[in-house]
Structure formats: C-alpha cells, structure tokens
Design a protein around this ligand. Structure first.
Ligand code: PMP
Length: 370
C-alpha cells in the first residue's frame, strides 16, 4: 500500500526493538514501564461502573462534560492561574496532538528540552513542524544559553515538562522564571505538560504558569499517571478561550469526545489523595538513586515523576541496554528520548523487590566501573 509521506516521519523503531527483545525474556526484571504499578482506585472504578449502568454511554459534548470543564478551570484558578477555559480531551497525548495542530504551521519551530518525551518530536515531524532541541545535558537543568542556542526566528512555542519524562528532573522556580522571561521576550506560547504534577518528592509542585503570561500559556494534564487511568484516556487542556475553541473544533472532527464513563468517574479521581503513593515513590526514588550512586553510576537525582536517566558506563546507552537485557533487566536506551545515545532510562514505578533485583543487576553491569 502506498502510504502518505507523513507516515514515515514517525519512527518507533527504537522502542520497538526493546519490546521485541523483551518479548523473548522469561520473567524479566522490567524497569522500562512508564505507568504506575498500582490499579485505578476503587471509588473511581465504582463511579465508572455506576455511570455505565446509568446510561452515560453516549457521546458527551465535544469539549467534555460541562461540570468537569468547570472543575478543571476552577482547579487552576485556585492555584492562581488565570485560565479562561478548559477542554476535556482523550488523554494528555490527545491534548498535545490537538494543541500542536492548532498552534503550529508547517515550518514553525517547537522548542523542547532534550532529553524529551518522545511524542513531542514525532508529533512535530508528523505535522511538518521543526523540533528546536534545548540541550540540557549533562545535568538536565534549564539554562538561558541553551534556550538561546535552540531558538530560531521560526519558533512559535516551547514545551516545558516538569516533573520531566525521561529525566525525573523538577525545575526550580529560578529555571521556570528564566524560561518564562525568555518566552515573553521571544513571543512564544508556553505549553506546560503537567502530567506528573502529583509525583513531586521534595516540595510542592510548581507550574511554569506561575511565571508566564496567561494569554500565551497552555496547561495540559490528565489522570493517566496519578489515578493510573492510562487506558481510560482522560486529559485536559486549560488556557485562553480562543485556543480551547480551536481544540474543540479539531476534536469534533477527530476524537469527537473523551470517553463518557471515564469523564463521569473523573470527579472521583480528582479527589483521590496521592499522599501515601507519593511517600512510597519517594522511598523508591531514594533507594534507586542511592543504589546507582553506590554502584558508581553518574546520575542526577530525580525530584519527581518515576524515572531516572543515568549515564551508561562506557558511554553507549544502546550497547549498555543490550548488555542489561542479556542479564534479564529491561531498561530503555536514552536514544529513544534524545538526539544523544549516552544514557538509559530506569522507571521506578515498580515494587521494591523488582527494584532490588534491578539495582543488583545494574551493580553487576558496572562492576569495576565508577
Ligand atoms: N506527557 C508525558 C511527559 C508523558 O510521559 C506521558 C505518558 N507517558 C504523556 C504526556 C501522555 O499521557 P496520557 O496520554 O496517557 O495522558
């Protein structure tokens, strides 16, 4: 079949190779997974079942159930963000897709940090926009010089993802302020991907929107990570009315609406208390980080999300992951998330037993190193 050119802008070979290798493993220690290791909370499940039984199975309004949109809008206003409106979308991914379509013309530049969440790069290419990579190596912090180096006159928007996938880095107020000032100077739209907002370990969550002009700020988040609803596809985008209207128009001719029963259960998910889970993940973070440091890895301590991105001993992340897989440990090569292939990603969204096993294998893989 003769497929459209745009299809070939998307390359999933890197991650597919890892999954292909993984499929051959028996009882692997799997630290590659980017989703929580707990299930949807019971009250949220009950709310969804109740909604299905009550007949909430039809299309909702395109932009989502009005009360849910109002709840999301109110949530941001309580945080001091002057958002005009919000739309419910089919997952954060759906929100990113709609935003990129609504904001970027072919040839427009989109700035985002390298390492990056893979979707930013591939969606950009898919729609003919040009990635402008902000180099954050070696410590994954945001620096003015790196923003200046990445920027081109074609850049229209910047994505900030804090806590970050795949580095786990949480940007400081100073970094967020600096990036906001840069965006203001260059007239960039700031897209803030806040999907890991509930996984911040060393202080409260801070949004770039605390520092940006609300007229040029787009906040995206959802319930996949905190409420573990990855398969239910609930996300939202909050920002200026003109943008929300544009997203709604595009959603009308694409996703149509987010799943009805999942929207109904979202109220319960939004009330879910994350304190215990955050504490558990903080302990896991501390365990994995200390284990890596002790085993001689060069690693930045993640302040959030559930990832850590150490440098691969020997400098080649792809090669290192091949060796890890030989020892039955599944981690992801950094080349999947970066223009460089020097690191590898570990997810600590796994039980302590798995993490102990994983750290043990990592220790063997760097025996004599450091
Ligand atoms: N943004 C980031 C940074 C992510 O890591 C993910 C999930 N891996 C998403 C967005 C998409 O999440 P979802 O579409 O399930 O809401």
């Amino acid at each position: 079949m003769n497929l459209a050119k745009r299809r070939f802008e998307i390359d999933s070979s890197g991650i597919r190779k890892v999954f292909d290798l993984a499929a051959k493993l028996k009882n692997p220690c799997n630290l590659s997974i980017g989703l929580p290791d707990y299930d949807v909370p019971d009250p949220v499940k009950e709310a969804a079942i109740e909604a299905i039984r009550a007949g909430q199975n039809r299309y909702t309004l395109t932009a989502g159930v009005p009360r849910l949109r109002e709840t999301v809008t109110a949530r941001y206003r309580e945080r001091g963000h002057d958002v005009e409106d919000a739309i419910v979308v089919a997952g954060t991914s759906g929100g990113l897709f709609l935003c990129f379509l609504a904001l970027l013309n072919p040839g427009d530049g989109l700035m985002f940090t390298d390492p990056y969440f893979v979707m930013y790069k591939h969606l950009c290419k898919f729609i003919g926009a040009v990635p402008a990579y902000i180099d954050t190596y070696p410590d994954f912090r945001l620096r003015r010089e790196a923003l200046e180096r990445a920027w081109t006159p074609n850049c229209k928007a910047i994505v900030i993802n804090s806590p970050n996938n795949p580095t786990g880095i949480v940007y400081s107020d100073d970094e967020l302020k600096m990036a906001a000032e840069f965006a203001e100077e260059k007239g960039l739209v700031v897209i803030t991907d806040e999907i890991y907002e509930d996984f911040v370990f060393d202080g409260p969550f801070r949004s770039p929107a605390d520092f940006t002009d609300p007229a040029r700020t787009v906040i995206i988040s959802g319930l996949s990570k905190n409420a573990a609803m990855t398969g239910w596809r609930i996300g939202w985008v909050a920002g200026p009315k003109v943008l929300v209207q544009a997203l709604s128009d595009i959603q009308q001719y694409s996703f149509v609406c987010a799943p009805s029963f999942a929207q109904a259960a979202s109220f319960s998910a939004l009330e879910f208390d994350m304190a215990d889970i955050r504490e558990r993940f903080t302990k896991r973070r501390d365990f994995v980080h200390a284990g890596l440091v002790d085993a001689g890895y060069s690693v930045e301590k993640p302040g959030g999300a559930f990832y850590v991105l150490p440098a691969a001993p020997g400098g080649n992340g792809d090669e290192f992951v091949r060796r890890a897989i030989e020892k039955n440990l599944l981690v992801v090569p950094g080349s999947v998330f970066s223009e460089r292939a020097t690191h590898f990603r570990i997810s600590f969204a796994a039980g302590m037993e798995q993490l102990e096993r994983g750290v043990g294998i990592l220790r063997e893989l760097n025996a004599g190193g450091g």
